[in-house]
Design a protein around this ligand. Structure first.
Ligand SMILES: O=P(O)(O)OC[C@H]1O[C@H](O)[C@H](O)[C@@H](O)[C@@H]1O
Length: 294
């Protein structure tokens, strides 16, 4: 079957062989496999072997969905929320199969504020999220729809797709970020973290602990390493975060030994400032991942 779903997981199978697995917990994509040139299926995302996949905590790897705040909350509406918000640690619902043909297989998952009784005490705003995941032969598209169902209140939110790209961290480069202004979260003081830097590198590597928030980014990135590449295109996600903890990764209880050597996070998002959504309006942020064919 092109789409299989159980109580906890949805699996998409493309007729040309590629597959994707999505946990309903967090709508977290935990696997994306695409054939290499020899025709053998290869995993394209990193998930730590110590990640919890039972819904007890956000998944360390794959593509967690970050909403309505990125990092520690700063907006007054978000202050009771955990780091990276509530979307990555709640159970989403399987809504429908959107498309099922040779061009792609696509499903829609949803999360409404009313679906979880604890949301009322965590977050004072109503929201409706829909996540449309579309699998093509060499491509994975993820569209996050945010709808404001209220007739009177606006919502201020941030959103980001926290994509863990499987790649050798000591030999991977992200381009084109040269000339962009960014905030370096590895700096030691609040003042230094809040001071914009300008990226001077043509090719950004993550050989050192990296946690950089690029603002006003181009929306099209290339991640390259010996023997592979991935193109990332983004719409409405105007910023991009590049993160690899290097040895700091040892502090994470769900990070496998040396796990940080096997990925770079390239995370398109709207995280500098907030999207303000007027009553009854909606917003769509999109990420498209394409495996390099070179
Ligand atoms: O450990 P998590 O809550 O999943 O966050 C993992 C990472 O996410 C983003 O990349 C942030 O920029 C990092 O500062 C953070 O460490």
């Amino acid at each position: 079957m092109p789409v299989d779903h159980s109580d906890s997981k949805v699996t998409l199978n493309h007729p040309k062989g590629s597959t994707v697995e999505i946990l309903l917990y967090g709508a977290t994509i935990i696997s994306w496999k695409v054939a290499d040139k020899q025709g053998s299926l290869q995993e394209r995302l990193f998930v730590s072997s110590k990640a919890s996949l039972d819904g007890s905590k956000p998944v360390r790897g794959g593509i967690p969905v970050v909403f309505p705040c990125f990092g520690a909350p700063t907006h007054p509406d978000h202050l009771k929320l955990p780091q990276h918000g509530l979307a990555r640690n709640q159970n989403w619902s399987f809504d429908s199969i959107v498309m099922d043909n040779s061009a792609g297989v696509s499903v829609r998952l949803t999360l409404d504020s009313s679906a979880n009784p604890k949301n009322a005490s965590l977050y004072p705003k109503e929201f409706r999220l829909a996540y449309v995941v579309t699998l093509a032969e060499h491509q994975l598209s993820t569209d996050l729809h945010v709808e404001n169902p209220s007739a009177t209140e606006t919502i201020d939110f941030q959103a980001l797709l926290h994509t863990y790209v499987r790649a050798p961290a000591d030999n991977v480069f992200v381009t084109p970020l040269h000339g962009l202004s960014y905030f370096d979260k590895t700096e030691a003081t609040d003042e230094a973290r809040a001071t914009a830097k300008t990226e001077t590198r043509q090719e950004v590597d993550v050989k050192n602990f990296t946690d950089s928030v690029y603002q006003g980014a181009p929306g099209q990135y290339r991640v390259t390493w010996p023997g592979g590449s991935l193109e990332i295109r983004a719409k409405e996600f105007k910023d991009v975060v590049v993160w690899n903890p290097q040895e700091e990764g040892r502090k994470m209880s769900d990070m496998e030994a040396d796990g940080w050597k096997n990925y770079v996070c390239v995370e398109p998002g709207y995280v500098r400032g907030f999207v303000t959504l007027e009553p009854k309006k909606s917003w769509i942020g999109q990420q498209v991942l394409t495996v390099g064919q070179d």
